[in-house]
Ligand binder design. Structure first.
Ligand SMILES: [Zn+2]
Length: 89
């Protein structure tokens, strides 16, 4: 499983690429999955895509990507970010 911490800008771009603009999970290709979890940073991070500073407490997104035939998804986000609970639809 790929795990990245992204700034808001890169998270939005990633959502667009994978077609998950209106929901935070998608299956962009057969047997491939992505998941984005929003929250605030628990530590100082650098965005894994653009290297922008992500300061403690600022908004960021935990991005996971995995396949059916590789290492499976597991919850890892809450070790890195304070997860913002999904709004009820
Ligand atoms: Zn970024």
């Amino acid at each position: 499983m790929k795990q990245e911490i992204l700034c808001q800008h890169c998270a939005n771009e990633t959502r667009g690429i994978f077609g998950c603009v209106f929901r935070d999970e998608a299956t962009p290709y057969p047997h491939e999955h992505v998941k984005l979890v929003e929250g605030t940073a628990k530590q100082e991070y650098i965005c894994d895509l653009c290297s922008e500073d992500i300061h403690i407490g600022s908004d960021c997104v935990a991005f996971s990507a995995w396949t059916d035939y590789g290492a499976q998804y597991y919850k890892w986000e809450d070790a890195f970010i304070n997860i913002r609970e999904a709004k009820d639809v």
